[in-house]
Design a protein around this ligand. Structure first.
Ligand SMILES: *Cc1c(COP(=O)(O)O)cnc(C)c1O
Length: 404
């Protein structure tokens, strides 16, 4: 078995996506791994009852502590992300909240991207500060703003790149240097980029977060999340936080996500190819004011995108003059593209992001510099478009008949 693990560690992404973490079933010799739904496992009489007694995270005891099917997923994702280990959760937010509880305690301070996934933004607006943890929101594409926000008790810098919904990038290597020289840890939510684009741990990040609900699962039928990082640290996170907060992934969802992962590198190549075609189409459309796609030379950070992303992923943000009305027309007229939230699925999804409303609810941008950065990037009337795996010509035809 160790020969196989070593052989796999030198293979390409597609081979890892198919084989890492998997072995033929030792009893039945089934080539496709069995789904283990059991919540409990028969143990030896000397097993301890508390998670404190847990010595390894692949000895099965109770499925909240660890489960063989979920473990396969954790090993496969660790291989794809070049991480030592991973812990899967019931959703991306499950992973994010467990990680915040693991790192931060009362009296600590954290710097968080001012534009990031809405639920993370809302969690850090009131609830986390309510626990006596200081939070400063900054535009993390601005390295000077991060340095200025550092405090003696800053334990964590939390970034998302590209960020949702602006597709603004943050330089991971530069921020990891700032974080480490201040004695803080760097967490990167890499859901939009995926490990096909960027491997943040190799650029200096301490933890990577993914919502598995998006590109990694890829089929819009299972929520999930993961934290990836260093083995010892994650073992302690599993014992102290994951098991006690309890938001762990169900084996059935792990099995669905594992099936989705088998085609993940192939899918990302097509997501990128389709997104580039759609971005070029939208850029010349008379109704479209602006297109933001990291793979277009018109992206304000194209140089950083080319350096940091090996695949530009499938997310496009575009701006029109009359956003509300266009949203109405698109919701009524689109035939293939679904007017729906979420992203990273084989189906194309589009959704209107009301800038004014988002700035009042999720992102409370409080300096004029932050507001200027938002407007410079996208402004009013923006759509988030998750370009799926349909034929690009059909997606263009669908927009052509709907975008009036
Ligand atoms: C969707 C998403 C999340 C949250 O994931 P869930 O699985 O919906 O809980 C976190 N970060 C980013 C960037 C996302 O797109």
């Amino acid at each position: 078995m160790s020969g196989k693990i070593e052989f796999l560690s030198r293979t390409g992404e597609q081979t890892k996506a198919i084989h890492a973490g998997e072995f033929p079933d030792p009893v039945t010799r089934a080539s496709s791994p069995n789904l283990v739904m059991s919540t409990t496992f028969v143990t030896d009489a000397d097993s301890g009852f508390s998670a404190e007694n847990m010595e390894k995270d692949d000895i099965w005891m109770y499925s909240r502590w660890g489960n063989p099917t979920v473990h396969q997923l954790e090993v496969k994702l660790a291989a794809l992300e070049e991480a030592e280990a991973g812990i899967a959760f019931d959703s991306g937010m499950g992973a994010i909240s467990a990680l915040l509880f693991h790192i931060l305690k009362s009296g600590d301070h954290a710097i968080v991207s001012d534009v990031a996934y809405a639920a993370l933004s809302e969690l850090t607006n009131e609830m986390i500060p309510g626990l006596g943890i200081g939070i400063t929101k900054v535009d993390t594409s601005d390295l000077y703003a991060i340095e200025k926000a550092l405090q003696f008790n800053t334990r964590l810098i939390y970034i998302e790149t590209p960020c949702n919904p602006l597709l603004r990038l943050t330089d991971i290597t530069a921020v990891s240097e700032i974080a480490h020289s201040a004695g803080a840890r760097l967490v990167v939510d890499s859901t939009f980029a995926t490990p096909m684009a960027t491997k943040p741990l190799t650029l200096g990040a301490d933890f990577v977060i993914h919502s598995l609900t998006k590109y990694l699962g890829g089929h819009g039928d299972a929520l999930g999340g993961i934290i990836l990082g260093e083995k010892e640290e994650l073992f302690s996170l599993r014992k102290k936080t994951a098991i006690r907060l309890g938001g762990v992934l169900s084996p059935f969802n792990a099995w669905l996500i594992l099936r989705g992962l088998a085609t993940f590198p192939i899918r990302m190549r097509v997501h990128q190819e389709n997104a580039l075609k759609l971005a070029i189409y939208l850029e010349q459309h008379p109704k479209v004011k602006r297109v933001i796609y990291p793979g277009l030379p018109s992206h304000p950070q194209y140089e950083l995108a080319s350096r940091q992303m090996k695949n530009f992923s499938g997310m496009i943000t575009f701006q029109v003059l009359n956003g509300r009305e266009t949203a109405q027309t698109l919701a009524e007229r689109l035939q293939i593209i679904h007017y729906a939230v979420s992203l990273g699925h084989h189906r194309s999804l589009i959704f209107y992001m009301d800038s004014e409303n988002l700035q009042q609810t999720s992102f409370r941008l409080d300096t004029s510099r932050q507001v200027d950065s938002w407007n410079e990037f996208a402004g009013e009337g923006i759509f988030r478009f998750s370009v799926g795996l349909e034929d690009a010509d059909d997606l263009i035809a669908d927009l052509e008949q709907a975008l009036l």
